[in-house]
Write a protein that binds this ligand. Structure first.
Ligand SMILES: [Zn+2]
Ligand SMILES: [Zn+2]
Length: 289
C-alpha cells in the first residue's frame, strides 16, 4: 500500500477550483447552480448522503444510484448513475470536490453518469486534481465507450486533470487514496463482474450491495459494517438479478450490520412503503456515522 498523506490522500494540491470549497469560485457567483460548502464533518465522523436512491427508470421521480460520502479528508461517490450530475448540482456538490468514484457494476444507472461528470469537471468546474474511478474489470473500456457514444472523441481529449482507473479484482482488497475497498462478487448480469463493495474509511465500514439477487455473500459484505446499504428493488415481486423486501426480511437476522438502509426502489415497493419495517433511503437523506 502506498504511503498516503492523510490531509491530501489523493495527491491534489488542494488549490483547484472548488475542490472541497465550492463557494470560492468567482465563476459561480450569480450562477443558477448554487455550489456551496457543506458544513465540515465532525472529527471521527463520516457523513453520507443519498444523492440518488431510485431505480433505473426514475420511479417516484428519484435519481439513479449515487451515494456521496465525506470523511473530512476525502469525498467520494458510490455509483454514478446517468442522472447523478443533476443530483449533485441539486445538492450543491461540484464535480471538482469529488476525489474518487467507486462503481459497483457496469449498468447505466450505476456508471452512466461518468461521461457527464468528466465533461463537467473539464469544462464547468475546471478541475485540476487527479480523479480516481474504481470498479469492476472492464470499467475503463466501458466508460470510454460510453463517453464516445454520447460525445464522439470525448474519451481521448486532453484534460487538466488525470483520471486513474482502478479495476478491482474480485475478493482482493485495494487501497484507493485513503479508502480501503473490498469488492465482493454478487449475482447480477451486467456484462462484466458485478460487485458489492465494502469500504473502510475514517475508521468506519460502509457496505453496499450494488444490484444483486440474494446471495449468501451478502452476509460477509454486511458483517460488522457500521452501515449496510442494500438494494430492495421490489416489495414482493420476484425478479432475477434483484432482491425484494420479503427476501431481505427473511435473511435479516443473518445480516450483522449496525444499521441497514434499503435503496434502488422501484414503483412496486414505493407504493407499499407503509408496510416496510426497514429504514428506507430518500434522495437528499443524510446519515452520520
Ligand atoms: Zn444493475
Ligand atoms: Zn440498478
Amino acid at each position: 500500500m502506498n504511503e498516503i498523506d492523510p490531509m491530501r490522500p489523493f495527491g491534489g494540491d488542494g488549490s483547484s477550483n472548488g475542490a472541497h470549497s465550492g463557494s470560492g469560485n468567482p465563476d459561480q457567483v450569480g450562477s443558477t447552480v448554487a455550489v456551496h460548502d457543506a458544513p465540515p464533518v465532525a472529527a471521527g465522523k463520516v457523513r453520507l448522503r443519498f444523492l440518488g436512491s431510485g431505480d433505473n427508470f426514475g420511479s417516484g421521480g428519484r435519481f439513479q444510484a449515487c451515494i456521496l460520502v465525506d470523511t473530512g479528508t476525502t469525498r467520494f461517490l458510490m455509483d454514478c448513475g446517468a442522472s447523478s450530475l443533476i443530483a449533485m448540482k441539486r445538492a450543491g456538490i461540484s464535480s471538482a470536490a469529488i476525489d474518487a468514484i467507486l462503481i459497483s457494476h457496469l449498468h447505466g444507472d450505476h456508471f452512466g453518469g461518468i461521461p457527464f461528470f468528466i465533461l463537467d469537471a473539464q469544462l464547468i468546474s475546471r478541475r485540476e486534481t487527479p480523479l480516481v474511478i474504481a470498479g469492476p474489470p472492464g470499467l475503463r473500456q466501458r466508460a470510454h465507450e460510453a463517453m464516445d457514444v454520447f460525445y464522439p472523441g470525448a474519451s481521448g481529449v486532453e484534460r487538466k486533470f488525470r483520471i486513474d482507473y482502478v479495476e478491482l479484482a474480485e475478493g482482493e482488497t485495494a487501497s484507493v487514496g485513503d479508502l480501503i475497498v473490498h469488492p465482493v462478487r454478487v449475482i447480477h448480469g451486467s456484462g462484466d463482474p458485478p460487485y458489492a463493495l465494502r469500504v473502510e474509511c475514517a475508521g468506519k465500514i460502509i457496505a453496499y450491495s450494488g444490484d444483486t439477487e440474494w446471495t449468501d455473500a451478502l452476509r460477509n459484505v454486511a458483517a460488522g459494517a457500521d452501515l449496510f446499504i442494500c438494494e430492495s428493488y421490489f416489495f414482493e415481486k420476484q425478479m432475477k438479478n434483484h432482491i425484494n423486501y420479503r427476501t431481505l426480511m427473511a435473511h435479516r437476522a443473518e445480516l450483522e450490520c449496525k444499521r441497514l438502509i434499503i435503496t434502488h426502489l422501484g414503483e412496486e415497493i414505493l407504493n407499499r412503503l407503509g408496510e416496510v419495517e426497514l429504514e428506507v433511503a430518500e434522495d437528499g437523506m443524510e446519515v452520520i456515522l
